[in-house]
Write a protein that binds this ligand. Structure first.
Ligand code: ZN
Length: 267
């Protein structure tokens, strides 16, 4: 596959998958997510690759799903069409990141919003630059029940997740580290070298032991109901897409929600 919206690079046992639409703040289109999933499959099948890093070219990790593209192509989607698309490219691809048999590291600078927040938080480890900020404003901006994958309570705790989603506000990298969502905060200049060093250390470790350890931690999550909770939320999210609030946003144009998202996040 010739990639248009991502970059795929490898070296020293590490695969680097970059969101590569810096002019659009790396907003995710379906094509970008198809490409990301394809690159993940290639990295998974390549015995040389021991670790995957997920990043974004330019000033931002990812500003969320591309609402202009959604406006142009999916505004009149039926419930059935939306369910089919979102169950594949949002819930399905996100779970494939979570279930990926090799360790994954999210490398986050600048905006990490909504759909981007979802993708970054499916990774095993999250390293953030000091300028990184996180938000999921879609309750406020779209009348949606969070994004498609309700990973929030698992990575930031229940109380923080509720505040984050109800207010649509921003979480700084430092706040993300305090609540356990971010492993480490470093300067913007040191972000890539820090991630590189962590990836090298993991790549040099016994691969089978690493794979089994990830499997065990993920199984502990599954035994506490993780997968069923995500599946239940996905259906709830679909219901929110056809609420009166959501329909009003659709009729006014998806991009009209951007102003409300900005107001909620205080930017
Ligand atoms: Zn949705």
């Amino acid at each position: 596959m010739q990639y248009q919206d991502i970059l795929y690079e490898t070296g020293e046992g590490i695969a680097w998958i970059w969101h590569n639409r810096p002019q659009q703040r790396n907003a995710e289109t379906p094509r970008l997510l198809h490409e990301l999933d394809d690159a993940l499959t290639i990295a998974g099948n390549d015995p040389e690759i021991k670790v995957v890093v997920l990043g974004g070219k330019g000033d931002h990790f990812c500003a969320g799903h591309d609402l202009k593209e959604a406006e142009a192509n999916r505004k009149e989607f039926t419930v059935e069409q939306r369910w089919a698309l979102e169950s594949k490219i949002y819930l399905g691809y996100s779970l494939r990141i979570h279930d990926f048999p090799k360790p994954t590291i999210a490398m986050v600078q600048g905006a990490c919003i909504a759909g981007g927040f979802m993708v970054a938080n499916m990774c095993d480890i999250l390293i953030a630059a000091e300028d990184a900020f996180f938000s999921d404003p879609v309750v406020q901006s779209l009348g949606a029940a969070a994004v498609e994958v309700l990973i929030h309570p698992y990575v930031m705790g229940v109380r923080k997740a509720k505040e984050f989603l109800f207010t649509g506000g921003r979480l700084t990298a430092a706040e993300g580290e305090r609540c356990g969502m971010v492993n480490r905060v470093v300067s913007r200049a040191e972000l890539e070298s820090t991630v590189h060093a962590i990836a090298q250390r993991i790549a040099a470790a016994p691969a089978f032991g690493i794979m089994l350890t990830k499997r065990s931690i993920n199984r502990a999550l599954d035994m506490s109901g993780f997968r069923d909770a995500l599946a239940a939320h996905f259906d709830t999210h679909q219901l929110s897409h056809v609420s009166m609030d959501s329909n009003a946003v659709r009729d006014a144009g998806f991009t009209s929600s951007l102003g409300r998202a900005k107001a909620a996040s205080g930017s």
